[in-house]
Design a protein. Structure first.
Length: 202
């Protein structure tokens, strides 16, 4: 083999190597972009829902009126579709730590014991939620914002995916502590809630 041919072959191999590296870098950057973009959308929309809940519960007139829900049919019939059907938010009220009224059956607690005031990330048997607690005296309210479902089995009606209110694409999953790369999701106060990662096929 002549020297000129060897040089041409070497240049061809180097060109292929550079092309492969460029493609790999491009795919890596694209995946990071998908992770960051989708994660930011989840965080932004989750914070919007959190703001709605906080504004709702921090209104003293509204908060006091929630005490009347068990025996105020007109108020409960007005509130149920507003929260459950339009906002997809579950809510429960408690008196002296005992359940008095609830909206939504996806998640239900007999007592509010164990929940701290403010925002908490909750892992439940059917998925993940952001729980928001507001208390005044012996009366308290828990609101649950669905984040991602996690059913023991799936069918055409039950899918393990993020809430459509947060994102409709299916690129991400809830990340564990050791998953890298991952994007940290925070509440409106900057408190860490959970992390998300790209699915393998994304």
């Amino acid at each position: 083999m002549s020297g000129a041919l060897k040089i041409r072959l070497l240049l061809f191999v180097l060109a292929l190597a550079f092309a492969g590296t460029a493609i790999t870098l491009n795919l890596t950057f694209n995946k990071e972009e998908i992770l960051n973009q989708d994660a930011r959308q989840i965080q932004d929309r989750l914070q919007q829902k959190e703001k709605f809940v906080n504004d709702f519960l921090n209104d003293p007139v509204v908060f006091d009126s929630l005490k009347t829900l068990p025996h105020n049919a007109a108020w409960s019939q007005s509130l149920i579709p507003q929260l459950q059907e339009k906002k997809h938010i579950n809510m429960q009220t408690f008196q002296n730590g005992r359940l008095k009224f609830w909206i939504g059956n996806n998640i239900l607690f007999e007592s509010d014991a164990g929940f701290k005031e403010g925002s908490t990330f909750l892992t439940w048997k059917n998925g993940w939620y952001e729980a928001i607690k507001k208390s005044k005296g012996d009366f308290s309210v828990l609101a649950f914002i669905p984040i991602k479902s996690n059913y023991p089995y799936q069918n055409r009606y039950l899918e393990n995916k993020f809430s459509d209110d947060l994102i409709t694409s299916n690129n991400l999953d809830i990340a564990s502590v050791n998953d890298k790369p991952a994007y940290s999701i925070r509440n409106t106060e900057g408190k860490y809630l959970f992390s998300v990662k790209l699915k393998p096929q994304a």
